[in-house]
Ligand binder design. Sequence first.
Ligand SMILES: C[S@@+](CC[C@H](N)C(=O)[O-])C[C@H]1O[C@@H](n2cnc3c(N)ncnc32)[C@H](O)[C@@H]1O
Length: 282
Amino acid sequence: MTKGEQVGPQDWQGERGVRWLRDMAGFEAMLQPLGDALMARAALAAGERVIDIGCGGGWTSRTAAIQVGARGAVCGVDISALLLGEAARRAAGIPNLTFVRADAAVDAIPGAPFDRMISRLGVMFFVDPVAAFSRLRRLLVPGGWVDWAVWGPKEDNPWMFGAREVAGRHLELPAPDPGAPGPFTLADRDRLADLLAAAGFVDIEIVEHRHHVAVGGAADPAAAADFAASAFFFADAIEAADAATRAAIHEDLISFYRDFRTADGRLAVPARAWLVRAAASR
Ligand SMILES: C[S@@+](CC[C@H](N)C(=O)[O-])C[C@H]1O[C@@H](n2cnc3c(N)ncnc32)[C@H](O)[C@@H]1O
């Protein structure tokens, strides 16, 4: 049974982790522009000690390891053993990068405190964000700071919510629970700033990052429709539907994504994220 947009720690250790691993190439291709913006803004310096929260397959961790160089060190943390296994496999031979399986909201992290913290979309899944953020703050040296990317409002992210609307024309999807953890739980900028302040962060800056994504890294609307139907949070509901409904959803997803073809044959669907910077007080 689909849980809709709600995605918590258990889900990443189960169904979400399995899907993310299976579709990792597509997710990472889609998230490349956001990852590039995050890492450019973070501008990690040589020699820094960095922790990457919810590192998944570890693209940001590997990029950070290059930026901080041999005198620096990076620790990628993730709750999913499955995803960390893949991250470690991909990072084989990088000497200044280690991985730790932990629930970042509650578990002790060896190697703390760190100079800097990064996260691409790994901090939206905490059941109690203020408690989790205070814990993350304490993983930093006094004056150290975080650079995170989180999704902005749903209406500005049609790459997923347009597709959800299409699926919702054919299926009864659960109503979103605004208080529950999930990919869009930090979308309200004022609330996000309040949560960070309540967790003891200072010098909070939240800047908008508008960009375009190729859903699943695809240039072809049919491939984007396949990806959405098998990788997004409503995929289990689609898979549980009968063959005729699945086919109708697929057709409608193709026409939805077709509207985002560019003249040079790419797929570019608008996306809006927040790039967050906040410091642990001295
Ligand atoms: C949307 S994915 C992003 C993965 C990766 N940062 C990327 O951009 O490719 C979210 C990641 O956060 C991890 N995660 C979720 N809750 C977590 C928690 N409480 N502690 C550690 N990792 C968590 C998930 O297992 C998953 O790998």
